[in-house]
Design a protein around this ligand. Structure first.
Ligand code: SF4
Ligand code: FES
Length: 364
């Protein structure tokens, strides 16, 4: 980033309200070390964060976790966001939401709900979530979302055990009345990396799934929006992770650390400011972590001279670190990376392993 260069404000803020969660998903992309309840930001601190975000220019707040409904003050926080003119999206597992709570959230101004689903059938869905009754609870909440007239997105988490049912997942989302379905291939950050062998689909599965999704996009046009990308390990080009580092969004962790992306804490040498110590605007424009990979000046070849450098911003820094051992390297998902073949080989080895057991996440 050039010194003195203009920095646009972020559009979105991911508020990780808590790491507490009733589910035990093996593909959890939260860090291996979770924040405990005792260090979580207070209601007043979150209110201040949201006010500062609105002043900074943020338009959308994604209320996430863990399970954000585990916060007793969620209705207050939604009301505060609404009063500040922020669009609120609740990202929930749908489990443990008490009767009447959603209506209170809607009355407080909640704009949108995203519920993750692990499958279309109860037993296998509950097995991967690690909790009996989870699927039924999600279904009940989805029905309530639609009944209240809130827009619903289904986040369909895809991995080796359910990728062959991707078409059923999309039709299931239509049946629920969702306006959007995200085909969210498991990503191997945080806890999920431990389960890569158990979760990785084969290339043949991925190709079939992509073809199915393309057919459904056509046949369901106008009924549901399908968001789907090629999973990283099988892609030719990387995703513009977080829309470009320090460019469109920021994350605030339960204890108030401000991160350029969900997994940024895995990158050594970055310093993360805390909303308890500095205003959000100062962190966004001047924070060491935000400026480390902002823009294109930091890029090595082949990104530096590539005509896609302002399209995908070199892909994902955390994946570059995890696979290439260097956060400033080209994302190995890119076929121009010298690590690309190695990434493919890793995917193949993982997919061919017959590990059936998951290492479940536990919030201790
Ligand atoms: Fe993107 Fe870099 Fe690959 Fe070009 S070389 S497509 S900028 S990751
Ligand atoms: Fe950190 Fe992609 S998850 S840059």
């Amino acid at each position: 980033m050039n010194a003195g260069a203009h920095i646009d404000p972020p559009i979105g803020l991911l508020a990780e309200l808590t790491h507490r969660c009733p589910l035990h998903c093996p593909y959890c992309s939260n860090p291996v070390e979770l924040d405990r309840r005792s260090v979580e930001l207070s209601t007043d601190e979150w209110r201040r964060v949201f006010s500062e975000a609105a002043e900074l220019g943020v338009l959308q707040v994604h209320l996430s976790g863990g399970e954000p409904t585990a916060r007793a003050d969620l209705v207050d926080l939604v009301a505060h966001c609404a009063a500040a003119g922020l669009y609120t999206n609740l990202i929930t597992s749908g489990v443990g939401v008490k009767a009447g709570r959603l209506e209170e959230l809607a009355d407080a101004g909640l704009d949108h709900v995203q519920i993750s689903f692990e499958g279309v059938h109860e037993a296998p869905a509950d097995r991967i979530a690690g909790l009996d009754g989870a699927h039924r609870a999600k279904l009940a909440l989805a029905e309530e979302v639609v009944r209240l007239g809130l827009p619903l997105t289904v986040n369909a988490v895809i991995h080796r055990a359910n990728i062959d049912l991707v078409g059923d997942m999309v039709r299931f989302a239509v049946g629920l009345g969702a306006r959007r379905v995200e085909i969210a291939h498991a990503q191997y950050y945080g806890w999920a990396l431990r389960n890569r062998n158990a979760l990785m689909p084969t290339i043949a599965q991925v190709e079939r799934a992509l073809a199915t999704v393309e057919d459904l996009r056509e046949s369901l046009k106008g009924r549901i929006v399908i968001d789907a990308v090629v999973p990283d390990y099988y892609a030719k080009r990387p995703k513009p992770c977080v829309g470009g580092w320090g460019r469109r969004s920021l994350n605030v962790t339960p204890s108030g650390k401000v991160l350029p992306c969900h997994a940024a804490e895995t990158i050594p040498g970055l310093t993360f400011d805390n909303v308890r110590e500095k205003p959000l605007a100062e962190i966004w424009s001047g924070g060491q972590a935000f400026n480390a990979f902002r823009g294109t000046d930091w890029m090595p070849e082949p990104c530096r001279s590539c005509d896609r450098r302002e399209i995908d911003f070199g892909g994902c820094r955390c994946q570059a670190l995890a696979i290439a051992g260097d956060a400033a390297a080209t994302d190995p998902a890119c076929e121009k990376s010298d690590q690309h073949e190695r990434l493919r080989a890793m995917a193949g080895t993982a997919a061919d392993s017959h590990v059936g057991e998951y290492d479940y996440r536990r919030f201790l």
